[in-house]
Design a protein around this ligand. Structure first.
Ligand code: AQP
Length: 336
């Protein structure tokens, strides 16, 4: 008998056009994991509301994100793709988990602190509660594996703690999820400020490579990337700019750290940056082209979204009903 595949959950927020960091940290791995796991990939639109959005842009970016998943190679025949807000059980489980989460656990989260500073005019409860919604996303599907970049590691810990807390308080219910963090590229840094991570919502467009950028833009942004004055192309944790560019080069070229360092021995920064830009463009530009084609077929995208909602809702409702029963919420039995 064939072994049942483990379930895997991951998501990206339509909070901007995804960058190569979102691609490297998450989507790229989703494609390769599709055969090994039963994969569920969400478009985390509820999460984006934790910062102010322009409604029409948010709707458009939701479709764009699905088109990107498809263009990167996520296969609707193998994986479930759905929009988070279409499955209300995410918000419902969040409420239950909220009653078991302590404010101190959430207020010490790095992302909460960073985003509270960045959006000081709008420090809302949702921003603080973000990790609980993320825990609900994962636990609702009994996901065993969650591919994420390093920035989400803290949040994944909260999901694990909540699973254990619930299981101990009631009885074994949730699978305790494990992170799948790529060995290379789990923390891609800003091209303009290599002390900070690359983010799709960065106000400085030169800080990131968007998955929509064309070849010339990609090369121009890499040429402007902040490095140092040492003129030595080698990994060094004290030289974050060069190390970041080398990491990006390795991920997109498939070369090891040693191979990349050997290739660029004695090469000037200008030529190195050009090589990184061209290598990235060779992967990104064909994806952007495919994405445009998917985006032009609205009926196909809507069909995937509707089918994804049905499949995800079935799994989510099964789990939520179990949770409601365990915590003592009454449900009448339907008489035949
Ligand atoms: N810099 C990064 N390096 C590697 N992986 C990263 N991820 C994000 N930034 C990096 C991974 O991308 C996936 C999707 O992220 P998200 O959209 O859910 O939210 P995020 O982590 O907050 O990403 P951004 O780009 O920084 O979005 P904004 O600007 O809206 O906050 C996750 O797996 C994440 O780890």
């Amino acid at each position: 008998m064939e072994d049942k595949k483990l379930r895997l959950f991951s998501a990206v927020q339509p909070s901007g056009i995804p960058t190569i960091a979102n691609y490297i940290g998450a989507i790229k791995n989703w494609v390769t994991l599709q055969d090994e796991y039963e994969c569920i990939y969400s478009i985390a639109d509820l999460h984006t509301l934790t910062v102010k959005q322009v409604p029409a842009e948010l709707r458009q970016r939701t479709l764009e994100l699905l088109a990107l998943y498809l263009a990167c190679g996520v296969d609707p025949e193998k994986s479930v793709m759905f929009v988070q807000s279409h499955v209300p059980q995410h918000a419902e489980l969040t409420w239950i988990l909220n009653t078991m989460t302590y404010p101190g656990e959430l207020s010490r989260m790095t992302q909460y602190k960073d985003k509270s500073k960045k959006h000081a005019e709008n420090v809302n409860m949702g921003l603080m509660d973000y990790p609980v919604l993320m825990a609900a996303d994962i636990l609702l599907y009994n996901a065993a594996v969650v591919p994420v970049g390093k920035d989400q590691k803290q949040h994944l810990e909260i999901a694990r703690d909540l699973a254990v807390r619930f299981n101990n308080r009631y009885s074994p219910t949730f699978t305790v999820p494990e992170g799948f963090i790529p060995k290379m590229g789990a923390n891609i840094m800003s091209l303009q400020d290599p002390e900070h991570k690359m983010s799709k919502s960065d106000a400085n467009e030169n800080a990131f490579i968007s998955m929509n950028d064309d070849r010339d833009t990609i090369i121009r942004k890499f040429k402007r990337a902040v490095t140092d004055s040492e003129n030595l192309i080698a990994f060094d944790e004290n030289r974050k700019g060069i190390s970041n560019l080398l990491t990006i080069y390795c991920v997109f070229s498939g070369k090891t750290a040693g191979q990349a360092e050997a290739e660029f021995k004695g090469v000037g920064y200008g030529d190195f940056k050009l090589a990184v830009g061209e290598t990235v463009a060779n992967t990104i530009c064909p994806i952007a082209e495919r994405k445009k084609q998917y985006l032009a077929d609205r009926d196909y995208l809507d069909k995937i979204i509707i089918e994804g909602k049905e499949k995800a809702s079935y799994m989510a409702q099964k789990m939520l009903a179990k949770v409601y029963k365990k915590v003592g919420l009454y449900t009448p039995e339907r008489k035949k």
